[in-house]
Every structure is written in C-alpha cells, then in structure tokens.
Design a protein around this ligand. Structure first.
Ligand code: HEC
Length: 113
C-alpha cells in the first residue's frame, strides 16, 4: 500500500498541476484530453484506459467497458469524494469538480464510437 502510494502520489500531483494550467478554450475537446491525462497518470497502472488492451491488473475493469455498464454520471460522487473502499490497492484519490468532469468526459468519450 505505501509503496503504491509513493508511486502514485507524484503522478497525481502532476495531474493536478496539468489540470489547473490547461486553458479553458475548446472546453469539450480539452476536457476529454485532460481526463485522459488524469487517467493515464493515475489509473493506467491498473486499468486499461484506452480503446483496446488489457488492464495491468486483470481484476481492474478496462475503462472502455465502464460506460457500457452504467451511466458514467453514477461515478461522479465517488470520484469527488475520493475513490477508495473496496477499490483494491487504490490510494484515496480526491479530485476537484473540474477534474471529475474531465475524467467523466473522457470515460463518456470511450462509450462513443
Ligand atoms: C492500484 C490499482 C488501481 C488503480 C491505480 C486504479 N484502480 Fe480502479 N480498480 C482497481 C481494481 C482492482 C478494480 C476492481 C475491483 C474493485 O472494484 O475494487 C477497480 C475498479 C474500478 C472501478 C469500478 C469498475 C466497475 O466494474 O464497476 C472504477 C470506476 C475505477 N476502478 C476507477 C478508477 C479510476 C478513475 C482510477 C484513476 C483515478 C482508478 N480506478 C485507479 C484497481 C485500481
């Protein structure tokens, strides 16, 4: 758990900085890209975050399947409050509302063809 935290926290800090410095122009496209960056840095160590590929942790749901299972809005609260609980080996992420939007926007984009 601690070694996982040490690995993930710098990436999270980087993602936060990135999210704060992205320009607001072209909100839609930008949000998806910001969300992808957040996912790549925070979630990719376990989840497959793209349109193909297998998760590094087999029990971690590939992100592209999530929007097919339930509306991604269902995750908003969980992301905002920090994902943890039964989430195996996961540090307690705490995302700003803006970052939650970006992340959900990215997940939603995976559900579109
Ligand atoms: C250390 C590994 C790890 C990291 C990092 C990680 N996850 Fe997970 N995640 C898992 C595992 C394992 C599961 C499946 C078991 C569970 O739900 O606890 C899971 C399940 C999930 C689920 C539920 C999927 C379903 O089938 O309903 C969501 C949503 C999710 N993760 C989102 C994220 C997001 C967003 C991030 C990045 C901010 C992230 N996870 C980072 C390991 C991880």
């Amino acid at each position: 758990m601690m070694s996982g935290m040490n690995r993930i926290m710098p990436a999270l800090a980087a993602a936060l900085t990135l999210g704060l410095t992205l320009p607001a122009a072209d909100a839609q496209a930008q949000d998806i890209r910001a969300g992808q960056a957040i996912a790549r840095q925070n979630c990719a160590p376990c989840h497959a975050i793209g349109r193909s590929g297998r998760s590094a942790r087999p029990e971690a749901t590939p992100f592209r399947l999530i929007p097919r299972r339930y509306p991604v809005e269902a995750l908003e609260e969980a992301f905002g409050e920090g994902i943890s609980g039964n989430h195996l080996g996961m540090p307690d992420f705490q995302f700003s509302p803006r970052e939650v939007d970006d992340l959900l926007g990215y997940l939603r984009s995976l559900g579109r063809r």
